[in-house]
Design a protein around this ligand. Structure first.
Ligand SMILES: [Zn+2]
Ligand SMILES: [Zn+2]
Length: 279
């Protein structure tokens, strides 16, 4: 299991990325649904301060604090720097949890910053926040999980294996390879639509798709299906997962998707607002 997602627009949204134990957002019911797997969470990244994305944080802190398990492990909470709603909420949680038995480390982050998850030798994995358009003046972020990888430099690409092995021996492997960044996962958070560059070549893009019909949208705060497909195409992602879908489409999602002109070169999946999504 790589991802577990619950997302029902207006009510609750959270995305659990198992390989790095990251919870992106913490909507209501997250502890209840994840049950004892909630203790596995190491990092929480909040996209913005709307209740449907942060209400479950208090419960996570409380559940972990009162469990019999591994409660001495710290919990990191990252959020967009200057987001007042989240700052107030964190202050409240701290005030009402004065007997915390684990370290609650909250840290505001800025767009473009690298938050390192692991680093060993030439390998590293980190999260990079990016700004998205949503509502209000409080900053709203999306996040990408990025890994550094090595590849042969272009000038050596077409050489036979034996030739490459020889060069590696004589010049050293560092001289014939270069490091590049690979996006493993991009989460949009709530948005009218991300900049495709922020998800460029991502293996998985999880994107707001509150509206399956653009005419249902009254305010420019959330995305609709045609735009999301266009963004995924431009970003050249491998998999697109639609989330934050409005309950008005419950039971009719397949039908709506059938009517969409879909010519993307990626796999399309969606999070039904009535059920838990696992991938
Ligand atoms: Zn929302
Ligand atoms: Zn929102």
């Amino acid at each position: 299991m790589i991802l577990q997602i619950y997302s029902k627009a207006l009510y609750s949204t959270w995305v659990y990325y198992a390989p790095e134990r990251i919870l992106f957002d913490a909507g209501e019911g997250v502890s209840l649904t994840m049950s004892n797997r909630i203790y596995a969470v190491k990092y929480v990244f909040l996209t913005h301060g709307h209740i449907d994305h942060i209400a479950g944080l208090w419960s996570i802190v409380n559940t972990r604090n009162n469990s019999m398990g591994d409660r001495e492990k710290p919990l990191y909470v990252f959020y967009p720097k200057g987001n007042k709603a989240i700052e107030e909420w964190l202050q409240f949680i701290r005030k009402t949890s004065d007997d915390l038995r684990f370290e609650l480390i909250d840290q505001p982050v800025s767009a473009g910053e690298r938050i390192f998850l692991r680093q060993a030798g030439g390998f590293s994995r980190y999260v990079v926040p990016f700004k998205v358009r949503h509502t209000g003046s409080d900053p709203c972020f999306g996040y990408s999980v990025i890994e550094t990888r090595k590849k042969l430099k272009d000038e050596y690409k077409n050489l036979p294996e034996s030739e490459i092995a020889k060069l590696a021996r004589t010049l050293g492997s560092d001289a014939i390879t270069e490091i590049y960044e690979k996006k493993l996962l991009t989460i949009s958070g709530d948005t009218y639509g991300i900049d495709p560059q922020d998800a460029k070549d991502s293996e998985i893009l999880v994107h707001d798709c509150t509206f399956l019909k653009v005419s249902d949208r009254k305010m420019n705060a959330h995305a609709s299906i045609e735009e999301v497909i266009e963004i995924a195409k431009q970003a050249n992602v491998e998999k697109l997962i639609l989330y934050h879908i409005s309950t008005r489409y419950s039971g009719k999602i397949e039908r709506y998707l059938k009517n969409i002109k879909f010519d993307g070169n990626f796999q399309l999946m969606y999070v039904d607002p009535e059920s838990l999504f696992t991938y």
